[in-house]
Each structure stands twice: as C-alpha cells, then as structure tokens.
Design a protein around this ligand. Structure first.
Ligand SMILES: [Zn+2]
Length: 461
C-alpha cells in the first residue's frame, strides 16, 4: 500500500487513528468501503488461480514442491504490484515422503490397500512377524503395558489417550520390529487415518481402521509390514507484505498458510484463508489513501503449516525481540469456506474477539466460537503471549444437530468432507460463507489497523 502509488485514490478509506473507546457502529461504517470492494468474484478468482497452479504441478501446493513455490510467487507478484513492500523468508523443514504405498499383508487375510496409512516419520523397513497386542492396556501408553512382549513381533496398539510417539516408543523399547495402530473405534474415529510422529520412529509404523484392528487382535496372523520412504530436509518460504509504517510503531500481523497437504490442491485448506488475506490486502491498497494508519499491517502467507506450523514458528523465532514486542495483534485465517460450514470466531483475548463479534452482530450474522488450540499458525504467537484471533468454518469434525440448527447445513456430516483429500478443490467451497468471512476479516484488519490501542485488552464497550 505505497502512498506514492495510491495517492490518486486517496480518501476512500480512512486509516487515521480512532479514539480509544470502541464504537461498533462507527467501526462498521468505517469498514463499509473496504467490504464493498471485497467481492465473491475476487475471492473465487484467487481460488481459481490456486486450483490451476495445483493442476499444473502434480495436483497439490505442498511445501517444498512446485505448487507451493508458484503459489508464493503468484501472491508476491500481486502484492508487489499493489504497492506493498514484499519479501520472502526462507527456512528449512524436515520432510517425509513415501516412495511406494505401505504393505500390510497376511496369507489368507484380506487387507484393502487404501485402509493402510503410513504415519509420517515412520522408519522404512520390511518385516515379517506375528502381530501381538500388548499384555496390558491396548492403548500402550505405559512401558509396563508391554510386560512379557514377544521381542521381534509387530505390536498392535489402539489409537488414543497418549501420542503416537509414546506408544511407538514403548513398543520399540519392548523389542517390537514394527507397529500397527488401529483407530479408536469411537464416533468419527473408526476409518483409516493419517498421523504424524513427533520424531522419526525406529521401526515402521502404520495406522488401520478400528474393525481391521479388531480382526488382527483376534486372529494374530503373521504379517508382512513394509514401509518405504525418503526423509531429509527441504526449504520453503513465507511471503511477507508490509503496508506503510503506522503512527504507533506497532504491527498487526494478518496471516494464512499458503501450502496444502500433498494429497490435494488445498482449496478450502487453505486457499480459502489465503484468498481472504490476499483480497483484503489488495483492496486495502487500492482504497488506501495517503493517511498513515495507527498500526502497520503486515500480511503473511505462511509456508509449511501442514508439516508442523514451520513457517509461522520460523517467523516468530527470527523476529528481533523489539519487533516481537510491537506485535499488537496476530490474525489467522485457516479454512474459512468449508462446504458444510459453521461461522466460528477463535476464543482468545477479549479485545480481538470483540472486533469479530461486534462485526457479526452489526451484520446480523450468527457466530459461535472455537478453542482452536494448537492446530494452526496463530498458536506459536499465542504461546509467546501475543494477542491472537481468527475465523474458522470447520474441518473434518462432524457437524452436530445444534451446529446445523444454528448455521444450517447437514448434521452428522463433516464440516469439510474433503479435508486433506484430493477432492479439496474448487467444488469444495461455500462461496457465500467465504465472502461473509472475508468481509469479517477485512473489517477486523481495518479496525485493528486504525486502533492505536489494538491488542491492549480493553473492556468491551
Ligand atoms: Zn490449514
């Protein structure tokens, strides 16, 4: 949003500081021009670009692969053209990539191939041994659960209660040559599943559906378990676009992850959040006038979120202490166009939640809240004590009757039935919801940019 480039468009958007007392009606009015400029067509245009980039590059936009690199170039070029100061922030991340699908086979024992999923950071290996459950709890969260375990066997354990890492650690320590983890068998946790081990495992580890786990437990056949994968380090990058320096010296950081999982183009996860942040940035620059905002706005397109929030963590770690102290607020938009959506605001500091809630009140839209926890790029900042907030419309969780009554859609179905799958494409978007979320995001970005007290927790008015 360079003043030089946009001086001719001056006046449409008032970025001057607002007084400290929050006035929702005045804030709503102040963001009207920006919300008007943010359109469904604009948002869908960005999603089409992401889809096309994925299609031309192996069907995904995953970190360290061409689809993500080109997505980063694409948004950077648009932001630069709009007048932002754009830079890339490179970092390394550990990668795990299967070279062939995993094998879990036993003579006379039918196992469908797509039921078996290798856990990320599994060891490579090819073992043939009997399947043996622990003598203690099937959850295998304690070393003592493996008392009397047959060394050299493949351990069969249940998902849940403790981390995959803990289960695999105990099994390997007891002499297991491989580990099969079966799904918990509770609602929403019965089918095949993917998982990630925190550290590289010493033995091959796969996940299977609950019913297959039960059959293996009963029959205890000799199985062949084989995993073949490449591991190592790759590099990826964040795209950072800075607006003009504000009067307070503080920054409002507005981010979305731009990488997808390797399984698909990642249009809802997280083309949706990327489109919202990009559209907000471009339209703000267009309307931005010559006035200095209270706070600088930095737009961030995080890389390698899907492999463990690597880009956002890297950004936080490499921020000088002084700049870190000047982060007034961090906003995150990850999955904001889910096809069976709910309108959710992150639980968090009252001051930021208030901006979103006041907006939805003013717009006459029902909004709920979500705890979000550690699942996305706001988390490293929240842990560092920086005020964070954001929006979310749901992932693979099953929509409850209550949620369907509040937000419409279908109870008993996931918010996003294509979460982390190849079908997370252009058809996997609720465009009207995406537009509502974009308006809310644009409103919050502008309100926080104009507020010299942003991030300081005030009493809601
Ligand atoms: Zn995501």
């Amino acid at each position: 949003m360079s003043a030089a480039r946009h001086a001719v468009l001056a006046g449409a958007l008032c970025l001057a500081a607002v007084p400290a007392a929050a006035d929702p009606a005045a804030e709503f009015e102040a963001s009207a021009a920006l919300r008007e400029a943010v359109t469904e067509e604009g948002l869908l245009g960005h999603l089409r670009s992401f889809q096309r980039i994925a299609e031309e590059n192996g069907g995904n936009r995953a970190a360290g692969r061409p689809g993500h690199e080109l997505s980063a170039d694409h948004v950077a070029a648009l932001l630069e053209q709009a007048g932002y100061t754009v830079r890339f922030e490179r970092f390394e991340f550990p990668f795990f990539e299967e070279t062939v699908p995993p094998v879990l086979a036993a003579p006379g024992f039918a196992v469908e191939r797509d039921q078996i999923r290798t856990l990320a950071n599994s060891a490579s290996g090819d073992v043939t041994a009997p399947v043996v459950p622990p003598s203690g709890s099937p959850l295998a969260c304690e070393a003592s659960d493996f008392q009397g375990f047959t060394r050299g066997a493949v351990a069969l354990v249940q998902r849940g209660t403790c981390t995959f890492q803990t289960k695999v650690g105990h099994a390997a320590a007891a002499g297991a040559k491989g580990v099969v983890i079966y799904n918990e068998g509770t609602e929403g946790r019965t089918g095949p599943f993917r998982g990630q081990l925190g550290d590289p495992a010493p033995v091959p580890v796969v996940g299977v559906p609950a019913d297959l786990g039960a059959r293996l437990r009963e029959v205890r056949p000799e199985v062949r378990l084989a995993v073949e994968a490449r591991t190592g380090t790759r590099s990826s990058r964040n795209v950072l676009a800075d607006g003009p320096e504000g009067t307070t010296g503080n920054t409002v950081l507005v981010g979305a992850h731009l990488d997808s999982v390797p399984e698909g183009p990642g249009i809802n996860d997280n083309g949706s959040g990327s489109a919202v942040v990009l559209e907000t940035a471009l339209r703000m620059a267009e309307l931005g006038g010559g006035e200095r905002p209270a706070n600088r706005v930095r737009f961030a397109f995080w890389g390698a979120e899907e492999v463990g929030l690597v880009g956002s963590r890297h950004h936080l770690q490499s921020l000088p202490e002084e700049e870190r102290g000047r982060l007034a607020a961090v906003l995150n938009f990850d999955m904001v166009g889910s096809p069976n959506s709910a309108r959710l605001v992150y639980d968090g500091p009252a001051a930021i939640g208030r901006v979103f809630r006041d907006y939805f009140d003013s717009a006459g839209l029902e909004a709920g809240s979500t705890p979000m926890r550690g699942g996305s790029d706001h988390a490293p900042f929240a842990r560092a004590g920086i005020p964070t907030g954001g929006l979310y419309t749901g992932a693979g969780e099953i929509k409850s009757e209550e949620s369907a009554a509040r937000f419409g859609g279908t109870a008993g179905q996931p918010y996003d039935p294509c979460y982390h799958q190849a079908c997370d494409d252009l058809t996997n978007i609720d465009a009207a919801m995406l537009h509502q979320m974009a308006d809310a995001a644009a409103h919050a970005v502008l309100t926080l940019a104009r507020d010299p007290e942003a991030g300081k927790d005030r009493e809601p008015s």
